[in-house]
Design a protein around this ligand. Sequence first.
Ligand SMILES: *[C@@H]1O[C@H](CO)[C@@H](O)[C@H](O)[C@H]1NC(C)=O
Ligand SMILES: *[C@@H]1O[C@H](CO)[C@@H](O)[C@H](O)[C@H]1NC(C)=O
Ligand SMILES: *[C@@H]1O[C@H](CO)[C@@H](O)[C@H](O)[C@H]1NC(C)=O
Ligand SMILES: *[C@@H]1O[C@H](CO)[C@@H](O)[C@H](O)[C@H]1NC(C)=O
Ligand SMILES: *[C@@H]1O[C@H](CO)[C@@H](O)[C@H](O)[C@H]1NC(C)=O
Ligand SMILES: *[C@@H]1O[C@H](CO)[C@@H](O)[C@H](O)[C@H]1NC(C)=O
Ligand SMILES: *[C@@H]1O[C@H](CO)[C@@H](O)[C@H](O)[C@H]1NC(C)=O
Length: 375
Amino acid sequence: MKLTSMKGKHIICFCLLILASAVSSQHIQHVNCPFLYLYHFGDGFTDVGNSIYVPSRTPNPAARLPYGRSSPGWPTGRWSDGLNDFDFAATDFGLPHLAPYLNMNASENYDGVIFSVARSPVLDINFFRSRGIKIPAYAAVPLSAQIRWFKNYLNSNFPSAKELANRMANSFLFLGDIESNDIGYALAQGKSIEEVQAYAPIIIDAQIKIARELISMGATRLIIPGNAPLGCFPYILTALPSNNSTDYDELGCLKSVNDLIVSKNDYLQQAIRNLNVEFPNITINYGAIYDGPNGELALVACCGTGGNYSYNSNRFCGRPKVPVCRYPNQYVFWDGIHFTHHAYSRMETVLIEPALRTLGCTRFNSTTSNLSSSM
Ligand SMILES: *[C@@H]1O[C@H](CO)[C@@H](O)[C@H](O)[C@H]1NC(C)=O
Ligand SMILES: *[C@@H]1O[C@H](CO)[C@@H](O)[C@H](O)[C@H]1NC(C)=O
Ligand SMILES: *[C@@H]1O[C@H](CO)[C@@H](O)[C@H](O)[C@H]1NC(C)=O
Ligand SMILES: *[C@@H]1O[C@H](CO)[C@@H](O)[C@H](O)[C@H]1NC(C)=O
Ligand SMILES: *[C@@H]1O[C@H](CO)[C@@H](O)[C@H](O)[C@H]1NC(C)=O
Ligand SMILES: *[C@@H]1O[C@H](CO)[C@@H](O)[C@H](O)[C@H]1NC(C)=O
Ligand SMILES: *[C@@H]1O[C@H](CO)[C@@H](O)[C@H](O)[C@H]1NC(C)=O
C-alpha cells in the first residue's frame, strides 16, 4: 500500500506487482510506530478468519484445503493459500499478534483485532436488494455492522471513558479495502459501467460518514485504501467477456472497469482531502493499492477451472475436483477473487515497507545477531 498524505499534492500510484524474487534481509530490523494497536474493517483481502465463524447455510470454501495450503498448511479462514495482505502489514508495523473478532481469546493481549469479513460490502444489503443485485447476505457483514462489532468490543474491554480515550488515541484504524465487493457484485451481475459509476459517490460517502463517526469516538489515525484494479481480476474478466481487443489493455485487463476504479479512487482521495481540512489534527491517509499484476500467469486463478481465466463461480476453489496449480508462487490470483500468499507478500515489499516512514514509523537494527536463527 502506497500511502499518500493527503495534505500534499494529488498522487495516483500505478504500481506494478512484479513477480521477481523477494529480497530477504539478513538483518533483523525492529520498528517503532506512533501507534500500538491496529483495527481493520474490510473484506476477504484482510479477513484473518472471521468468515468461517459467521453462521452460514452454505459451506465456506475458506474453511477447507487448499485454502491455507502454502502457509501454515491447513485452512485458517483466510481466503488465500497462506497469509494475506494485513498479516504482512501488521508484521511491518511490529504489531503481528492479530485476532479475528469472532474468535478472540479473552486471556490474550492482541496487537490488533480484525473485523473484516470476506464477501462484505460497504453498503447495507438493502442497497443491493433494491437494485436487483444478489449478494451473499448470509455471509456478508457490511461496514456499518463491522463498526457495531467494534463498539461492542470497545464497550466490553474499555468501560471507562479514560481507558477508551487512551485506546483510541493509540490506535490505527483501517477502513477498507472493502468497496471492491460493492462494485464487483454489481459488475459481475451485468450492471453497466455507467450505473456502477453512479454508485461510487454513495459508497464513498458512506465510508466518509463512518470515518467521521470513528473520529467522534476518539480515533486520531485512519487510513482509507482505494481499490485494486478490478478489471484485472479473473472473476470480472470472466463475467464481462469481449471479443474486441481494444477493450483490453496491454496486460489483458478490462480498460473500462479499471477506468471506473481510477475515477472512483480519485473521488475518494478528494473526499479524504476534504476530511483532512475538516479535522486538521487527525491523520487521515489514503492507501493506494492500485497494482497492475504482471507476469505470464497473472490473470489466471491458481485454484479454479474453466474459461480463459480458470474461474467458474459454480466450480469455485475448494469444491471437489477443482484443480489447484502446482506453484502458487507463480500466480497473482489464488481463487479468482483474492490474491495468493506470494502476491500479498510482494505487495508488502513493494508498497507497505516503503510507506512506513510516511506513517511515522522508524526502524532500528537489532544489536543481537542470534535472532536470525530463530526466524
Ligand atoms: C487462550 O490463551 C491462553 C493463554 O495464552 C491459553 O492458555 C489458552 O489455551 C487459550 N485458549 C484457547 C481456546 O485457545
Ligand atoms: C462478438 O461478440 C458478440 C456478442 O458479445 C457477437 O454477437 C458477435 O458476433 C461477436 N463478433 C465477432 C466478430 O466474433
Ligand atoms: C471495438 O471497439 C472500438 C472502441 O469501442 C470500436 O471503435 C470498434 O469498432 C470495435 N471493433 C469491433 C470489431 O467491434
Ligand atoms: C482536535 O481538535 C478539536 C478542536 O478543533 C478538539 O476538540 C479535539 O479534541 C482535537 N482532537 C485531538 C485528538 O487532538
Ligand atoms: C479466450 O481467449 C481466446 C484467445 O485469446 C479468445 O479467442 C476467446 O474468445 C476467449 N474466450 C472467452 C470465453 O473469452
Ligand atoms: C541496518 O542495517 C543495514 C545493513 O547493515 C543497513 O543498511 C541499515 O542502514 C541499518 N539501518 C539502520 C536504521 O541503522
Ligand atoms: C541471544 O538472544 C537472547 C534472547 O533472544 C539474548 O538473551 C541473548 O543475549 C542473545 N545472545 C547473543 C550472543 O546475542
